[in-house]
Design a protein around this ligand. Sequence first.
Ligand code: SAM
Length: 213
Amino acid sequence: MSTWRQRMLDMVARRPSGRLGRVVYGRLSGDEPLARLVLDGLGLRPDDAYLEIGQGGGRLLARALETTGRAAGIDHSADMAALARRANREAVADGRAHIVVGDAAALPWPDDTFTCAACVATFLFFEEPVRVLREVHRVLRPDGRLGILTPAEQARGVVSRLFSPWSEDVRLYTPDEMTAVLAQAGFVAIEVEVRNKRLLAFARTPDAQAGCR
Ligand SMILES: C[S@@+](CC[C@H](N)C(=O)[O-])C[C@H]1O[C@@H](n2cnc3c(N)ncnc32)[C@H](O)[C@@H]1O
């Protein structure tokens, strides 16, 4: 990919930054009805410890905190981490929210830290999806829940029209491909459906009695 194309893709979506990133992810993106379906599907509870991978401006994380006791977010954009901290400033101040700058492929938490995790509009950027999923699996407790929302292969036409230079630079999944990467990382109870050209995927880590961890 050329430097120009990389810079543009980073600025608007893959590693948002600057004024444009702050406007898009501070006000417009992150809390759409489809994203909320991920939280609904996770069935959040007050005793949950919630992790969001690529939380962007942190609007969905704020919504999760309306139910969960604790939440953490990780994003490799320092600007997005700052925006998410601002959007969740009270929870950050009282220690309920922890937002870090980092890579999804190397999560800075010990094993078995979280009960559930979400990843919205971010999975398409992972060059090593199984490596990321293994990390998520590691930090989830047994019987932990994962929800993913990402453009489906059916969205390729839309992606090509909107982001023609980048359509080859992101990874769009069929339900079978998504099921395969989740299974490869050790997830079970995998359910994947296509909604409005997006994949909505849910899976769990095996429970402790299954002895698979
Ligand atoms: C398109 S934005 C979506 C943000 C938010 N989830 C939303 O729906 O508004 C993708 C986000 O994932 C982050 N991201 C992409 N790849 C990442 C990686 N490998 N590790 C951590 N964050 C990543 C980007 O910085 C960006 O904030």
